[in-house]
Design a protein around this ligand. Sequence first.
Ligand code: ARG
Length: 339
Amino acid sequence: TVVIDFSSPNISRPLSIHHLRSTAIGNSLCKIYSALGWRVVGINHLGDWGVHPAIDIAAYKRWGDDEVLRTNPPYELFNLYVRYNAEMENDPSLREEVQAWTRKLEAGDPEALQLWEWFRSETLKDFKRMYGLMGVEFTEHVGESFYRDRVGPLINTLRDSGLAVESEGALVVMLDEYDMPPAIIQTGAGTTVYLTRDLAAAIYRKETYDFDRMIYTTDSGQSLHFRQVFKVLELMGYEWAADCVHVPFGLISFQEGKMSSRRGNVIFLEDVIDRANELTRDIVREKNPDLPNGDEIARQVGIGAIIYADLDSRRNRDIVFDWGEILNFNGETGPYIQY
Ligand code: ARG
């Protein structure tokens, strides 16, 4: 059994170009392991707990417009989030509001939970639409919020065993012996963190699936995070920590001007797919104007081109997408293979 944790976007925003790699590489690993005869458990570990959902709620309470939100939830939630972060710079009271909503969420306040659940389900609907376009499937969509009740007992275990110690008000596991900064288990404000939820998730998955290997695909910026997670698991006495693997990858960018973003400096995956379809449609029309299902073919070839270009690149390098190269109908490209 192999557990593959991939894609794993944060809620309340659309998928962006940086989710392409985790999604394409993770999905590809699922297929390869299946073909090799493994039982594959593909998990979408949604970022659906912690501070950013609290920002979403605070922003919604301030400026949210249900009408607008209903028409395009992930994009509108993202706009609210960006605006809130910008205004938080100048107005510290906004920061306090976020802390208050974080505490309310963790304490199970009904209003906080209801808004969070609404944002979460609307975003997940949109993610599933995108995964459908890309032919990507998961065994389950279980996010960080799933572990919220498991984190408390885990923190107690870590504290009682002496592994976690107080440091400047926070609770940490010291890792300097292993050349790593301390792993923060709980913040000074008493809220839980990403890393603790990853510890809880790993233990839960071992209990549930008894995996022989577990793989996480994220960009290389999270390499230290996973080294810390695996080390803490090992120090807790879990021998299977050695079966956990981080598969890091570089970032994607576009050649200057070739994929300008109409919505700030984030490039949304949907815009990239649309652009690929548009460009492919032109090529298909030119090469084969009488094709009855030309638009459908263009869609398939466009998405194939993007995924192929991702998988064909050196995993650990940053990659620069060049439409001319990706959509070339000759050479080592998606369109050529599909042809
Ligand atoms: N939600 C994280 C992000 O957007 C990725 C989560 C990866 N998986 C994990 N188990 N930590 O960066």
